[in-house]
Ligand binder design. Structure first.
Ligand SMILES: [Zn+2]
Length: 114
C-alpha cells in the first residue's frame, strides 16, 4: 500500500528514530531517481517501483496498487510528446477503480441487500 511522506515519517518516529518530513522527502526523491520507488500521483504517496513503463491500477476500496507492463502505451506517449514538442519530465499512467477482491466484497454486500 502506498504511503505518504508524513506516513513514513510517523512510522520511522514510531521506531524511535528522529526524522523530519524534509529528510523523508529527500530520501524519497533519491529513491525515485534510482527507480527504486515511485510517486503515486493520484494518492500523493509513494510505493516501491516494481516495473518500468507500467500502468498503475489504484483500488479505491483498499488503496492497494498493482502495476502491469504497458511499454507500448509508454512508447506511444513518448512518440506523441516528440511530435508535439512537449518536454515531459515524467510519465505516470494511473487508473483508479476496484480490485477483484473489493469487487467480490461489493457483490457480497449487494447480495445481502437483496
Ligand atoms: Zn481493493
Amino acid at each position: 500500500m502506498p504511503l505518504s511522506a508524513y506516513d513514513l515519517a510517523a512510522l520511522i518516529r514510531g521506531d524511535g528514530m528522529r526524522i523530519t518530513p524534509v529528510a523523508v522527502y529527500r530520501s524519497l526523491d533519491r529513491l525515485c531517481r534510482r527507480h527504486e520507488a515511485e510517486k503515486v500521483v493520484t494518492l500523493s504517496a509513494y510505493r516501491i517501483k516494481d516495473r518500468a513503463k507500467a500502468l498503475l491500477m489504484i483500488c479505491q476500496g483498499c488503496d492497494r496498487t498493482r502495476s502491469v507492463s504497458a511499454s507500448k502505451l509508454h512508447d506511444a506517449i513518448v512518440q506523441i510528446m516528440s511530435e508535439t514538442g512537449f518536454c515531459s519530465d515524467g510519465i505516470a499512467i494511473e487508473v483508479t477503480g476496484y480490485c477483484q477482491e473489493c469487487q467480490r466484497t461489493a457483490d457480497h454486500v449487494h447480495d445481502e441487500d437483496a
